[in-house]
Design a binder for this molecule. Structure first.
Ligand SMILES: [Zn+2]
Length: 155
């Protein structure tokens, strides 16, 4: 959806004289070897920076994401993931006004990189995989308490 063809962009809009002048100015800028070298270096640095950032642009803690109940899905509307399952999902607004979203099952499947619905931003969701969350620790404590009670009953 993001990829619009060049033909589509240019349709019915011939390059204006102003655009042509800008282009000429651009070429004049990169014309001298000094400016050209600087331009190349900046370009290379930019490409490097993108590579270094590897796959994602931002990190979002799962705790910061809003859980959207399945029943609210239709109302939430907009460009959602478009699934028909009655599954809840986590959503987080993107700076472009659209949002990232990920289903619970996707998180369980180990998916942690989300692409924004509206732009090319990629977010990494931070959450425990296979690790022990505080909640699980609490569950254990409750289970132990339960066991103790069971034992005391037998006595
Ligand atoms: Zn976005």
């Amino acid at each position: 959806m993001a990829a619009r063809s060049a033909a589509e962009d240019g349709a019915g809009r011939a390059p204006s004289t102003a655009t042509f002048r800008e282009l000429q100015a651009c070429w004049a800028l990169v014309g001298t070897s000094d400016a050209r070298a600087r331009y190349d270096a900046e370009e290379a640095a930019r490409v490097e920076a993108v590579k270094r950032r590897s796959a994602y642009n931002i990190e979002i803690d799962l705790d910061e994401m809003e859980f959207v109940e399945p029943s609210h899905r239709a109302e939430a509307g907009g460009g959602g993931a478009g699934g028909t399952s009655g599954e809840g999902y986590f959503a987080h607004p993107c700076r472009c006004g659209s949002r990232f979203d990920v289903k619970e099952s996707e998180l369980e499947a180990g998916i942690e990189l989300l692409q924004c619905d509206g732009c090319s931003q990629i977010a990494r969701v931070l959450y425990e995989v296979g690790g022990r969350s505080e909640e699980e620790e609490e569950d254990d404590a409750v289970a132990e308490e339960e066991q103790r009670r069971q034992r005391s009953k037998h006595v």
